[in-house]
Design a protein around this ligand. Structure first.
Ligand code: SF4
Length: 378
């Protein structure tokens, strides 16, 4: 079982909070697509004994691609990899690129899951974030997607925005629930260096929301979505029963994945690899058979820490038995010591050999993960 992620590094406009690798210069699109095909073909041997269960087109903005370009990418994957018949095939899309006809075509060529970057249902938030779409466009796009045949739709929302009140956030979550979709990813705003929001924060143009208010927004999110029948299966992810993002779940369950395109990361259990975050260097590398990526062989400590960070984020948690059998004794001793502390404080729940975060633990998840991790040889 393995997954393929393809990074489409183009956006029509830069959102003010976003630090993903992207370019607003689309002139290199055709050359980049040829590069992605080249990388897909040349790396097929890495997964030749694996069945591909998930394909994810992310970015950037995959919906800037034309239908023939999307079709071509999917056929390149099908020609070079063993894609399972019921594979989850997701495409990220921005509401302003969509219409009924486009969504029907996207569904028709084989995408069976749609992840829409909506972020907020308040016009003022969308303007502040420099998003291109409006609220009505977002709502209409979800309706069109359903009509086009998508029965697995996810939307992204952001909370903790400057000046966002609890009531405004509650209204956002309420609208998302009314849309009757299957999956919601909700992230607390982070001010990443290099973004417009970061500069505005430093200049005092924007003011960070107090931590207590962001936490209250997180609580409201969990309460409303649970009442509406969503499972809270990962710190920032909620789904209708069983409709987990299979692709993202494979990251959290440490399954193999291939990352294609500039800045994309790959993981094969023993090593991590990341492609260069530059379209020019990526293409130059591929076209001239020069390196365009770096690789890191994972040490035991890296693997232990990865297992902790990914496992603790989810309802599947960390297996005590796995830590005992897969890692040296000193990791198990450290793990037991930290587990005891957090089980006693009620931030972590121990049940049937698995450790998961409790509701209180979710609010201090960063600290708990940091404590479980090993930063020096133990
Ligand atoms: S949030 Fe999405 S659309 Fe906006 S700049 Fe980032 S990748 Fe592009």
């Amino acid at each position: 079982m393995a997954g393929i992620y393809i990074h489409i590094p183009f956006c029509r406009k830069r959102c003010h909070y976003c630090d993903f690798f992207k370019s607003t210069d689309l002139t290199q699109k055709a050359r980049l697509l040829a590069g992605l095909k080249n990388e897909l073909e040349s790396r097929a041997p890495e997964l030749n004994s694996e069945e591909i269960n998930t394909i994810y087109l992310g970015g950037g903005t995959p919906s800037v691609l034309l239908m023939d370009e999307l079709k071509d990418l999917l056929s390149t994957i099908r020609q070079n990899y063993k894609v399972s018949i019921d594979a989850e095939i997701t495409m990220e899309a921005n509401p302003d690129d969509l219409s009924q006809a486009i969504l029907s075509a996207i569904h028709g060529i084989g995408f069976n899951r749609l992840s829409m970057g909506i972020q907020s249902f308040a016009e003022s938030d969308l303007k502040l974030m420099n998003r291109r779409h409006g609220v009505m466009q977002a709502i209409q796009s979800v309706k069109w997607a359903k009509k086009a045949g998508f029965s697995n739709i996810s939307i992204d929302l952001i909370y903790g925005l400057p000046n966002q009140t609890l009531e405004e956030w509650e209204r956002n979550v309420g609208i998302a629930v009314e849309l009757d979709i299957q999956h919601i990813s909700a992230y607390n705003l982070t001010y990443h260096e290099g973004t417009v929001f970061y500069d505005q924060l430093k200049k005092g143009v924007l003011k960070e929301l107090p931590d207590e208010l962001s936490l209250q927004q997180f609580e409201v999110l969990i309460r409303i979505l649970k009442e509406a029948g969503f499972e809270h299966y990962e710190i920032s992810n909620f789904c209708k029963p069983g409709l987990y993002s299979q692709h993202n779940s494979s990251y959290w369950k440490s399954k193999k994945y291939l990352g294609i395109g500039p800045s994309a990361h790959s993981f094969d259990i023993n090593s991590r690899r990341w492609n260069v975050s530059s379209i020019a260097k990526y293409l130059q590398g591929l076209e001239n058979n020069e390196p365009y990526f770096e690789t890191e062989i994972l040490s035991e400590q890296d693997s232990y820490n990865d297992y902790i960070i990914t496992g603790l984020r989810t309802i599947w948690g960390i297996s005590e038995e796995f830590i005992k059998t897969e890692f040296s004794a000193q990791y198990f001793i450290h793990f037991q010591k930290v587990s005891k502390k957090y089980v006693q404080s009620g931030h972590v729940i121990y049940s049937s050999g698995k450790l998961t975060l409790s509701q209180d633990g979710l609010f201090i998840s960063d600290k708990i993960m940091a404590d479980f991790m090993v930063v020096e040889s133990c």
